[in-house]
Design a protein around this ligand. Structure first.
Ligand code: PLP
Length: 291
């Protein structure tokens, strides 16, 4: 049985995660009509809370959900729940949907946005995995045209991650456009992608084709502070296939090395030295961004 420890907050009511319930007519259920954030908690402290809440506000604005609370109010609720949950290493999941009402496609004239949140355990990547690196497969990027918005419409991401799992891989990397050579790397099912190509650290730009990851942004900042330039430009599938190193970034795994792509070793087939360095400088910056 999956670990269901944790607490939930549903429009103001706190329950155990297992007992949390939302109304059947919530538009999140029928249409995926909502946005979300996932925030890491380490030792009871939140990582990059402000950055997450800023992206959350942007996401709501993009899909025209009136923000039901200010950032300060969301922040207070999150802190209250983290304290009540008493799980030092956890994830906070925060979601807003357009609300509850009769099932019709267009916005409901009177619906109140529905806020839900939960705190549940999330452990760090094991040291042995971090050293060895993970495996990835490539899949066609068949997502909608606005993947820069962190919406609940994750069906293509779910299918991609399942494809990865069925091949024993950690992540699925999305490729847009046709092969050979023409395909562009966008991101992975729940991570951003970074590669070391001809000695340069390259990551696809935030041009609307990827989710602007909080981990990605802080990784770029901490790398630059450490004197390692990160180039934001288009990355082709051909470059990814011959990259010296590949890494994925996300809230749960931070900066994680990829040892194999589509069954072929990347570099020496383990977490590479530049990945290790980028992880280390990221973790120095991590401690400074806990609150
Ligand atoms: N890309 C996608 C599609 C994601 O879903 C996520 C996180 O869930 C990321 C990238 C990484 O974003 P972050 O670093 O903010 O967790």
């Amino acid at each position: 049985m999956a670990d269901l420890r944790g607490i939930a907050w549903v429009n103001g009511k706190i329950t155990s995660l297992e007992d949390a319930q939302v109304p059947f007519l919530d538009r999140g259920y029928f249409f995926g009509d909502g946005v979300y954030e996932a925030i890491k908690v380490t030792g009871g402290k939140l990582f990059a809370l402000e950055e997450h809440l800023e992206r959350f506000e942007r996401s709501m604005k993009e899909i025209r959900i009136p923000a039901p609370k200010t950032k300060a109010e969301f922040s207070a609720i999150i802190r209250e729940c983290v304290e009540k949950a008493e799980i030092p290493d956890a994830m906070v999941y925060l979601q807003v949907t357009r609300g509850v009402g009769p099932r019709m496609h267009a916005f409901l004239p009177k619906a109140e946005p529905m806020v839900t949140l939960f705190v549940s355990p999330m452990s760090d990547v094991a040291e042995v995995v971090r050293k060895a690196g993970v495996t990835c497969v490539t899949v066609a990027d068949e997502r909608w045209a606005h993947p820069h918005i962190k919406t609940l419409n994750l069906l293509p991401n779910v299918l991609a991650k399942q494809t990865a799992e069925e091949q024993g891989a950690y992540e699925a990397i999305f490729i847009r456009g046709e092969e050979p050579g023409g395909g562009l790397v966008t991101e992975a099912s729940s991570s951003n992608v970074v590669a070391v190509v001809d000695g340069q650290v390259v990551t696809p730009p935030t041009n609307g084709s990827i989710l602007p990851g909080v981990t990605r942004a802080i990784m770029i900042e901490t790398a630059r502070e450490a004197g390692i330039p990160v180039i934001e430009r288009d990355l082709t599938l051909e470059e990814l296939r011959r990259a010296e190193e590949i890494m994925v970034t996300n809230t749960g795994a931070e900066v994680l090395g990829v040892r194999e792509l589509d069954g072929i070793p990347v570099g020496k087939g383990e977490t590479g030295p530049i990945t290790q360095k980028l992880y280390e400088v990221f973790m120095e910056g991590f401690a400074k961004r806990l609150s």
